[in-house]
Write a protein that binds this ligand. Structure first.
Ligand SMILES: Nc1ncnc2c1ncn2[C@@H]1O[C@H](COP(=O)(O)OP(=O)(O)OP(=O)(O)O)[C@@H](O)[C@H]1O
Ligand SMILES: [Mg+2]
Length: 254
């Protein structure tokens, strides 16, 4: 099967940085599969998601979507890409436009993809908000009127309103309290199961990774040191860095 998204020997060097921030990264995500990217802060996880989203260009290697090189100048391909791949960013405070009402924010993918008018978008927006457990009256309110966890749910509603094939999520639950976290994890699991959603997720929370993602890639200073089935990678880690990462998970004293 052709992977939906693929990185082949990809490297990124930001303007002004002396060395590659990520290098030699190869990974592939098949339809319906979930992949977790784990690693310490600064390892390059967000950079990889930016590559997969076409927001960063590889300085070496390639990014492929449905088997073809991702080319921002190919309008037809970019349209298909935007219809298929949506994302939830790390920071629920900066990722929502503060001057727009939630209804308009969540409808944005439907409008910008030309799928819906204001009136035909409304029921889809209401359904997306309901799925993430927000009240219907949220549409008339502004992002600042919501808590961090609620904003993250608004971001998930926006990302799923157009029924994407792939969701790229950067720490989608780390800003949430434990109860809300469980609800959002359940929601993502449901979207996977019922809609066959493909998920690429960055998370520091290895229990979230274990419950949502069949595959895990471990990133250390911009390089993948280990990848494979999550049960294998987290259960019987082969690389010392992965073992350290697992051991560093805080445990409640018993
Ligand atoms: N726009 C940028 N310009 C220059 N360097 C950058 C830029 N964005 C990120 N970096 C650097 O790239 C490296 C990887 O950053 P990245 O944001 O991908 O890490 P991360 O794994 O997502 O970390 P965290 O878990 O803290 O979110 C870091 O050393 C960071 O300083
Ligand atoms: Mg990050």
């Amino acid at each position: 099967m052709t992977p939906v998204l693929e990185l082949k020997d990809a490297a990124v060097r930001y303007r002004g940085t002396a060395a590659d921030v990520v290098a030699d990264v190869s990974l592939a995500v098949e339809a319906g599969e979930s992949l977790a990217l784990v690693g310490e802060s600064g390892a390059g996880k967000t950079t990889l998601l930016r590559l997969l989203l076409g927001l960063a260009r590889p300085t070496a290697g390639a990014v492929r979507f449905d088997g073809a090189g991702l080319n921002p100048r190919d309008r037809e391909q970019m349209r298909r890409f935007r219809r298929s791949v949506q994302c939830v960013f790390q920071d629920p405070y900066s990722s929502l436009d503060p001057s727009r009402r939630v209804g308009a924010i969540v409808a944005e993918p439907l409008r910008s993809l030309g799928l819906d008018s204001r009136s035909t978008a409304a029921p889809k927006v209401a359904a997306a908000l309901e799925r993430v457990g927000l009240q219907a009256d949220a549409v008339d309110r502004y992002p600042h009127e919501f808590s961090g966890g609620q904003r993250q749910r608004i971001a998930i509603a926006r990302a799923t309103v157009c029924d994407p094939r792939v969701l790229l999520a950067d720490e989608p639950v780390s800003a949430l309290d434990v109860t809300t976290r469980v609800k959002v994890v359940d929601l993502l699991a449901e979207l996977k199961q019922e809609r066959g959603l493909t998920l690429v997720m960055v998370s520091h929370d290895l229990s979230v990774v274990a419950s949502l993602c069949e595959r895990t890639a471990v990133l250390e200073r911009g390089r993948i040191v280990e990848q494979g089935a999550t049960s294998q990678v987290l259960g019987e880690p082969g690389h010392p860095y992965t073992r350290r990462l697992i051991e560093s998970v805080p445990r409640l004293p018993v």
